[in-house]
Design a protein around this ligand. Structure first.
Ligand code: SF4
Length: 209
């Protein structure tokens, strides 16, 4: 990566981390995927129960594989026959992992969801929530973050899951009410009531979409 981009990402991450701290959340900066994986494994104590609600960035840094092969109780929804039981277990997990659809420079986290298991677990339930967020997802403000979530993240996710939504055909949000919509719920996380519950590892590389 170009050294000026690396420098810019690091500088901007300092601002985002200050914003997170002002919102009772914790932020860390990792220059690359390897550093991000190391930091995540430092933060999650051995023996923890861990689950997630989707998130390419979490996979991309190698965290899912490391947890599955390590001394952790990883609850894999995809491998559970009883999806509802897996979802309910997630609400009682020690750690819930997620990426974000977008974040603001001052530390607000934006997520959209169809099933809504991800946004509900971020809002309440798991003892800790750990976000892995590439610096490509940082936007100026909440308006920009919502636009990114709906015009960039959602169309790509709709295509990824083979959903029949207008955005999967046009590449941008058409504000649909399609039965396949993945925009059932919007979660704007602007403050954490519980000290130490929400942490974000910002990564100075492009992750997810
Ligand atoms: S509201 Fe519909 S068209 Fe817009 S991003 Fe969501 S699923 Fe796509």
């Amino acid at each position: 990566m170009n050294e000026n981009i690396i420098k810019r990402n690091k500088l901007l991450a300092t601002t985002v981390i200050k914003g997170l701290e002002s919102r009772n959340m914790k932020g860390y900066y990792a220059e690359n995927k390897e550093e991000a994986l190391k930091k995540a494994l430092e933060l999650i104590p051995a023996g923890s129960s861990v689950t997630m609600g989707g998130g390419m960035s979490v996979h991309e840094i190698g965290l899912v594989e490391a947890l599955k092969n390590g001394d952790y109780k990883f609850i894999d929804r995809d491998e559970c026959e009883d999806k509802r039981a897996a979802m309910l277990m997630a609400y009682d997990a020690d750690y819930f992992l997620s990426s974000a659809n977008a974040m603001t420079q001052d530390g607000v986290i934006v997520n959209i969801d169809g099933n809504s298991n991800r946004v509900s677990a971020i809002a309440q339930g798991p003892k800790h929530v750990l976000f892995i967020v590439g610096m490509n997802k940082i936007c100026d403000d909440v308006d920009g973050a919502m636009k990114r979530a709906r015009n960039v993240a959602a169309p790509i996710n709709a295509q990824r899951f083979g959903l029949s939504t207008p955005c999967s055909k046009t590449g941008t949000c058409m504000n649909c009410k399609s039965p396949d919509t993945i925009c059932c719920q919007f979660l704007i996380t602007r403050f954490s009531r519980h000290e130490g519950r929400i942490s974000v590892i910002l990564v100075g590389e492009e992750l997810g979409f």
